[in-house]
Design a protein around this ligand. Structure first.
Ligand SMILES: Cc1ncc(COP(=O)(O)O)c(C=O)c1O
Length: 385
């Protein structure tokens, strides 16, 4: 057998790669998607066309094009009141490569990183790949942060906390007092905190996103992972950014650049249009997500054995199920019957007996998919009886 580097061997992307490249069975109802179902807004598309026509097609040798770095700093100032210099921003290949850069920058082999359980599966995956140890911290029963559990999980090897707000897969928006307490705990223990706020603009009515950068007293230990993917329906454009304290950002740049090189010049111009252009596209997306979320929640609540959480942000319905089968088995049975969802256990042990169902699809697809889900859950319950 060929030699594969020690830490990489257990993190093969094989199964996922096979699934991603397999031909989708005809008629499969996709309730598993992490991509918005909308087209990128036209003014953003126009900006990239113009940038290509104007010849913005060469390397960018810096951390990003200055007008984009400035636009990011301006939007952060407007949202949080924080003064961030353009030199503290690094443009990344979506936030995925930002996550990789952050973890490999601050974690030596054997170092521990706190990840909430469940949360985005890339965090433990990257941690293992670089020989670090993801330490899973459970949520409270309402899927909110459990600060005392974080305290108990901290050891002398803990270096970093990965926060994911709103949370993928639960769709929960964390409470202000818990975020504040978490940051105070990080300060007490001298830990860095990276906040992945990929879904921060996709909020259900009445929900308020609390950006970590609004806690100015903690700015020296805060790293923000941002992306255009979800808010502006730009998943395929691969545009994200990291904001970090002045003494850390250049290390992140060093790592990021060795795996990605500079990020596409003309796509960065699209980012400027997204931030500086009209924001009504986001209000429009949220209006549609509201209708879809309440439809899916209503249909799921009517299925005996499903206990869906109230959607708060992102575009995922998170539901517990009361069946003897594992989340993976339920997902496989649903797939056989023509509906793709994500098993909760993909996001950590805390996701066992849960499913993540994406409402980033039309109402018609939600209705069809939920009908099949109702049938399958009923059949599985009968088999178990
Ligand atoms: C919580 C979270 N963070 C980051 C990402 C990565 O997004 P991208 O690399 O497209 O910016 C995703 C994608 O699903 C996500 O759910």
């Amino acid at each position: 057998m060929r030699h594969i580097a020690k830490y990489v061997i257990d993190t093969s992307g094989g199964e996922r790669a096979k699934f991603m490249t397999a031909k989708t069975p005809a008629g499969l109802i996709r309730l598993d998607s992490g991509s918005p179902s909308f087209a990128t807004p036209p003014h953003i598309v126009e900006a990239v066309k113009k940038a290509i026509d104007e010849g913005h097609t060469g390397y960018i040798l810096e951390k990003g094009v200055m007008p984009l770095l400035e636009a990011i700093c301006e939007s952060i100032a407007a949202e949080t009141g924080a003064t961030i210099a353009p030199s503290q921003v690094l443009i990344t290949n979506g936030s995925s490569s930002g996550i990789y850069a952050v973890m490999s920058c601050f974690l030596d082999p054997g170092d521990e990183v706190i990840v909430f359980n469940p949360s985005y599966s890339l965090y433990p995956h990257v941690a293992r790949q670089i020989g670090a140890v993801p330490v899973a911290v459970s949520h409270k029963p309402d899927y909110q942060l459990d600060i005392e559990a974080v305290r108990r999980a901290i050891t002398p090897r803990t270096r970093l906390v990965m926060l994911n707000n709103p949370n993928n897969p639960t769709g929960v928006v964390y409470k202000e007092e818990d975020i504040s307490a978490l940051l105070d705990l990080c300060a007490e223990k001298d830990l860095l905190l990276a906040s992945d706020e990929a879904y921060c603009k996709l909020m259900q009515p009445g929900q308020v996103h609390v950006p970590v950068l609004k806690y100015h007293r903690h700015l020296d230990r805060l790293i923000l992972l941002g992306t255009f993917s979800k808010s502006y329906a730009m998943t395929g454009w691969r545009l994200g950014y990291v904001v970090a304290p002045p003494d850390l950002i250049d290390y992140l740049y060093g790592i990021h650049r060795s795996i990605n090189g500079p990020i596409c010049n003309f796509v960065q111009r699209a980012g400027i249009a997204a931030l500086r252009g009209p924001q009504d596209c986001i209000a429009e997306f949220n209006k549609i997500y509201k209708t879809r979320a309440s439809l899916m929640h209503r249909l799921a609540s009517a299925i005996p054995g499903l206990y869906p959480a109230q959607p708060q942000g992102a575009f995922y319905l998170w539901t517990r199920f009361d069946l003897p089968q594992s989340a993976r088995e339920v997902k496989a049975r649903l797939f056989e019957r023509g509906v793709a969802v994500r098993s909760g256990s993909e996001y950590g042990t805390g996701g066992e007996k849960h499913l993540r169902i994406s409402y980033s699809v039309s109402e018609e697809t939600i209705e069809k998919g939920m009908t099949v889900i109702a049938d399958v859950i009923r059949d599985l319950a009968k088999e178990a009886a």
